[in-house]
Ligand binder design. Structure first.
Ligand code: ADP
Length: 198
């Protein structure tokens, strides 16, 4: 479908009026949404095989890599991201920890209506570290604090997404024996907390 829609857009551009072009754009958007959805579902089905090679993972390093991957959207949104220096290592599979931070950071940038998204990655000390990603975005009503971790549950249709990111993130955290939750004030921002038992 995507292939034929692209041919129509490229080779029949002059024969199609503005309305028709708008329909074509909708078809292409839906195709790309479907691709993302399949990718996400595949990723979700793969999590859980944590028997993979676990090793010490340096979180600030992983977050720096994710920031590099997201650099275009970060530049476009003029987002400011600070990463605490005192974050301890966890024992995990690096790719999974990367997925966790990629999902949390891209949501923090996406669900933000302020001119400059301010995002903080840090850790609360104590016997068991609690990692967090804090944003100054649109926030979430407390009645949805659990619902957002369920597959395909999305509160804001006007922002792009598949509704699988937080489900994948939760599955990864729980596969480590950890826990994830959110605290948020609508209009002020959200903080996602999670634990990865050492
Ligand atoms: P997606 O980002 O693809 O919509 P997620 O599973 O990552 O799916 O998130 C589910 C829903 O939770 C989002 O659609 C959004 O409504 C809400 N959400 C997630 N992260 C944030 C955030 N940082 N600020 C406000 N709302 C959020």
């Amino acid at each position: 479908v995507e292939g034929y829609a692209k041919i129509l857009r490229q080779e029949y551009e002059k024969a199609i009026d503005d309305n028709g072009m708008q329909f074509l754009r909708s078809i292409l958007d839906a195709c790309s949404h479907m691709k993302n959805l399949i990718e996400d579902l595949l990723q979700l089905s793969r999590v859980g095989r944590l028997a993979d090679v676990k090793k010490e993972v340096n979180i600030p390093w992983v977050v720096t890599e994710v920031v590099e991957e997201l650099r275009f959207i970060i530049q476009e949104r003029k987002a400011r991201i600070t990463i605490a220096e005192n974050i301890p290592n966890v024992v995990s599979v690096e790719t999974y920890i990367k997925v966790v931070f990629r999902n949390l950071l891209s949501n923090a940038i996406k669900f933000c209506d302020k001119p400059v998204p301010e995002i903080e990655v840090g850790v609360l000390g104590g016997e068991h570290p609690v990692f967090f990603v804090k944003d100054n975005g649109i926030g979430i009503e407390s009645e949805y604090f659990d619902k957002i971790f369920m597959i395909f549950q999305r509160l804001h249709k006007r922002y792009e997404g598949t509704g699988a990111g937080l489900t994948i993130t939760k599955k990864i955290v729980e596969a480590h024996g950890g826990r994830i939750w959110v605290e948020s004030t609508p209009g002020v921002g959200s903080t996602f907390y999670f634990t990865i038992p050492l």
